[in-house]
Design a binder for this molecule. Structure first.
Ligand SMILES: Cc1cc2nc3c(=O)[nH]c(=O)nc-3n(C[C@H](O)[C@H](O)[C@H](O)COP(=O)(O)OP(=O)(O)OC[C@H]3O[C@@H](n4cnc5c(N)ncnc54)[C@H](O)[C@@H]3O)c2cc1C
Ligand SMILES: NC(=O)c1ccc[n+]([C@@H]2O[C@H](COP(=O)([O-])OP(=O)(O)OC[C@H]3O[C@@H](n4cnc5c(N)ncnc54)[C@H](OP(=O)(O)O)[C@@H]3O)[C@@H](O)[C@H]2O)c1
Length: 392
């Protein structure tokens, strides 16, 4: 017989940097009941699983600000014997970036600390479905890793921090024999080195012009310089390189512009006046796809490529099946409040989201609209919206 449902004050789905920040905020506000936290791994999400070798595009000080932002996090830091992930980070240059392994280790240490608290009900598994009943709130079904049964948790609040994965588009020229390279592999040099055959001519098509594309180019150029001297790259991009600009008290293109090592590499080696003479230019040929030239550019250049990596953004991972009294829901995210509405525009009670899949919409002093993706940005958003989530 299935165990009776557990009652909790909230169910948080996902233990990446966003789910962790939600937990910190809810625990700080003491909801008066346990909070169920669901994830198959509890190991800091994709940053740890996939991106430990990526250089951060945010300063170390922002990871520290994230870790110091709520009392439950500070309690974990104060009670963890040193040296630990926090003390290690304190020793880094605060004004520079770092490899994401440091940020991932910090999140894992915070996660381990929160999981020890009595107020946290750890569910290692996957939320498969959730039904909203007017009388009792959400009934959340969780397929746990240790049992063949699903367990149920009942709660007035369900918070989705389920993350996103690299967007896959169709290969722009159909019928080519070209191999796809997973973006996550290209962002991880230790895996990339074995993913590409050695000792033969290779041409990798890189599509995109933002952070992922530039880090992919950096890693491929490094490979051409070392283990794969016959590797060449065709870089398909449709706009000029765009950089974050530090203004008076705010950052222009804070979420879309290049920063950190990727920005330095792009400025020094990839700009049109640099590429012909730079080290990267010996490996990379830029293919201009701007102003509707993309179809002709792909037709002309893609057939000579052996591999393709698409660095064209991230797409939300599939959500659990969501219903209200058994009827399917198609939730629409409100990027201001973190709540969702249904297909008729009505607020869905107790359903919220955060993280790369559900980011805050921000408008800068020049009226540019962006979506705020980053550890400390999630934290800032949650500090603003969590009081309303709890009061509702
Ligand atoms: C390459 C790259 C580099 C980045 N670099 C930086 C940086 O330098 N600085 C910065 O501040 N930000 C950076 N970011 C942005 C952002 O911080 C990361 O994308 C971050 O991982 C997003 O966290 P998240 O919690 O939203 O999602 P994820 O890290 O993807 O976590 C989602 C979690 O939810 C779980 N999950 C999903 N579905 C279910 C389910 N049904 N049931 C249970 N669990 C589920 C997953 O297993 C996962 O653990 C970077 C992003 C990328 C892609
Ligand atoms: N730490 C790091 O250095 C690092 C590395 C990677 C990612 N990240 C973070 O991860 C998040 C996602 O970054 P991202 O770079 O993967 O994605 P992104 O910021 O969403 O950028 C996607 C890029 O792909 C281009 N694009 C989309 N469709 C295309 C198409 N059909 N053809 C050609 N180009 C296309 C877009 O161009 P248009 O603007 O023209 O649409 C844009 O330049 C961001 O928050 C970023 O900061 C950080």
């Amino acid at each position: 017989m299935a165990p009776p449902p557990v009652r909790c004050a909230a169910v948080v789905v996902g233990a990446g940097p966003a789910g962790l920040a939600v937990m910190g905020n809810l625990l700080e506000r003491q909801l008066g009941g346990q909070i169920a936290w669901v994830d198959p791994y509890f190991q800091a999400g994709r940053v740890n699983r996939r991106y430990r070798e990526v250089p951060s595009n945010t300063k170390v000080s922002l990871f520290q600000s994230y870790a110091q932002a709520v009392q439950p996090f500070r309690n974990v830091i104060n009670s963890t014997p040193t040296p630990n992930a926090f003390s290690t980070m304190t020793k880094l240059d605060q004004n520079k970036g770092c490899h994401l392994s440091y940020a991932a280790d910090m999140c894992r240490a915070l996660t381990d600390g929160l999981l020890k608290l009595d107020q946290v009900y750890k569910c290692q598994g996957i939320v498969t479905a959730a039904d909203l009943k007017n009388s009792s709130g959400w009934t959340v079904r969780i397929k746990t890793q240790n049992s063949l049964e699903e367990i149920e948790v009942v709660s007035p609040r369900l918070i989705l921090c389920t993350g996103s994965s690299p967007t896959l588009l169709q290969i722009p020229v159909p019928g080519l024999s070209i191999r796809r390279l997973d973006l996550d592999v290209v962002l991880k040099p230790s895996e990339l080195v074995t993913a590409l055959p050695k000792g033969c001519s290779l041409t990798v098509a890189v599509v995109g012009g933002s952070h992922s594309a530039i880090v992919a180019l950096m890693n491929l150029v490094d490979l051409a310089r070392t283990s794969h001297p016959q590797l060449r790259v065709k870089w398909f991009t449709r706009h000029p390189l765009r950089y974050a600009e530090y203004m008076d008290g705010w950052i222009l293109r804070d979420n879309t512009g290049l920063k950190g090592e990727a920005a330095d590499f792009a400025r020094e080696q990839l700009e049109d006046d640099r590429l012909p003479k730079s080290d990267a230019g010996r490996v990379i040929e830029k293919v201009d796809c701007s102003g509707g030239k993309d179809a002709a550019a792909y037709q002309a250049h893609l057939p000579s490529c052996t591999h393709i990596v698409q660095a064209v953004g991230f797409t939300r991972d599939p959500l659990p099946e969501l219903t209200r009294n058994g009827a399917p829901l198609t939730p629409e995210f409100d990027h201001e409040s973190g709540a969702f509405s249904d297909q008729n525009g009505q607020i869905i009670k107790g359903l919220y989201g955060a993280g790369i899949a559900f980011p805050e919409r921000v408008v800068d002093p020049y009226n540019n609209v962006e979506y705020a993706v980053g550890f400390f940005k999630f934290m800032k958003f949650l500090k603003r919206v969590c009081p309303a989530w709890i009061a509702a």
